[in-house]
Design a protein around this ligand. Structure first.
Ligand SMILES: C[S@@+](CC[C@H](N)C(=O)[O-])C[C@H]1O[C@@H](n2cnc3c(N)ncnc32)[C@H](O)[C@@H]1O
Length: 433
């Protein structure tokens, strides 16, 4: 390296700031955004691989809408260049295509459209430059559409356009605060498009400033298309430990549930600063989906990235239930690491039989997942591992697709399960969870 380089770099970085791009400088990226990009990258790759397994096709069509796309390139605090969300998406699609085609004679092709919107002209110029200087230059203005727009005004037009495109749509809505994407817009996406998904950044920290003022909180809620939260519950919550933050969380979750059938509400951990294991946990990366398989892929992504996400709630099938008596436990966030995996397994051993009881009817393993996935941080694979253990302890009966009884072993989504019709006298009782 040239000996003047660090000095020149410092000079060039003088005007570097977060989310500000211009012809001289890329914007500065913080650690939590690097983690968010890792989530996008892994999720898109896993999503494509899962689609390819489900549908034995030779072409996968996918539309990605990056509603708050930014300038395409960032600089880290150590001076390294790194991709912004549009390039992260393109790189993830390329990696997925390469992985899919290892050893294939007839290659599978990913047919993509990437729509990039931002209301900052300088950010979009920077994005155009970043793509022009990349291997994706050939897709500019064909498969990659860049447009200056206020995203909420663009929603009806992009929905209409997507209704005429092949393939499903994933919306990456990386707003800076909490109110640039209304709940009405999200509901509309789910009403008007087939099997869409939304990955929404929601700055929970912003709402903290309204914790003590009901009037301001109600206005903020109305501004994003939600009803004002019930006043009496808000007042009652102030007497519970951590009551108001949990109360707000519950109200928002009601809104997400009304917008889409499946969702994950986990926080992104930041190593930048903050009191909790180096985390400020100030924003959610909420994933909304029309299909339970997508919910599974997103959860798998949180587990794959171990210790980068967090949630304050239970490990089993009641993760969102707020119990003031368990607040001490909730102060320790669930970090998707090895300890939490073991905790989840134990909790599922208790929660699955409780959830299935009292019905003794047969149900599909996949339907148990569908009915419970909004309530658990575990993946369907972890649920199936717990079912295998429960069948070993004779606490659940399993029938394979061919109709034969299974005890332990690998459990499939298509297997049938039920609680044993009468209490088991099997001698091998499992250890208490
Ligand atoms: C958090 S940054 C996005 C970064 C980008 N998604 C990434 O990860 O590389 C938010 C971006 O949204 C843009 N923005 C803010 N309000 C907007 C709006 N109402 N419509 C469209 N873009 C907006 C800002 O100019 C900024 O570039």
């Amino acid at each position: 390296m040239n000996s003047l380089a660090p000095f020149l770099f410092k000079l060039r970085r003088k005007n570097v700031s977060q989310y500000k791009w211009n012809s001289e400088n890329a914007a500065l990226i913080k650690d939590h955004s690097l983690i968010k990009h890792q989530m996008y990258r892994e999720y898109i790759r896993n999503y494509v691989l899962e689609r390819a397994v489900l549908k034995q096709m030779d072409r996968i069509s996918i539309n990605i809408v990056d509603g708050f796309c930014g300038g395409g390139t960032y600089v880290t605090k150590d001076g390294a260049q790194t991709s912004g969300s549009p390039l992260v998406v393109l790189e993830a699609l390329r990696d997925a295509e390469q992985l899919l085609n290892i050893g294939r004679i007839k290659p599978i092709q990913i047919d993509f459209r990437l729509y990039c919107f931002d209301n900052d002209a300088e950010a979009l110029e920077s994005l155009r430059r970043s793509i022009s200087n990349s291997e994706y230059q050939k897709y500019l203005d064909t498969n990659i559409v860049i447009k200056k727009a206020n995203f909420s005004q663009e929603i009806p037009k992009i929905i209409e356009r997507l209704q005429h495109e092949r393939g499903r749509a994933i919306f990456i809505l990386d707003q800076y605060g909490y109110n640039a994407v209304s709940f009405d817009s999200m509901s509309r996406i789910f009403r008007e498009l087939p099997s869409p998904e939304v990955i929404l950044t929601f700055s929970y920290g912003f709402l903290n400033s309204f914790l003590s003022e009901y009037g301001k909180l109600s206005k903020a809620f109305e501004g994003i298309g939600l009803e004002a939260p019930p006043r009496d519950e808000f007042d009652r919550a102030q007497w519970e430990p951590n009551g108001r933050p949990f109360f707000i969380q519950r109200q928002l979750i009601k809104g997400f549930r009304a917008a889409a059938p499946f969702f994950t509400p986990f926080f992104i951990k930041s190593r930048d600063s903050g009191p909790l294991r180096g985390s400020n946990l100030s924003y959610w990366l909420v994933h909304l989906a029309a299909h339970e398989r997508a919910n599974d892929v997103m959860k798998q992504t949180h587990w794959d990235l171990q210790n980068h996400s967090a949630h304050f709630g239970g490990p089993g099938l009641e993760m969102l239930g707020y119990d003031p008596h368990r607040v001490e436990q909730s102060k320790q966030p669930f970090m998707f690491g090895d300890d939490e995996r073991a905790l989840s397994h134990k909790a599922l051993l208790d929660d699955i039989p409780r959830t299935m009881r009292p019905a003794n009817d047969w149900m599909r393993v996949g339907d148990l997942w569908k009915a419970t996935c909004n309530e658990t941080p575990s993946t369907s694979e972890m649920q199936r591992e717990a079912l295998a253990a429960l069948s070993n302890y004779s606490e659940v009966e399993i029938l394979g697709a061919g109709g034969g009884a299974k005890r332990g072993g690998k459990v499939d989504r298509t297997d049938l399960i039920r609680m044993p019709p009468q209490t088991s006298f099997f001698f091998m009782k499992r250890p208490a969870a």
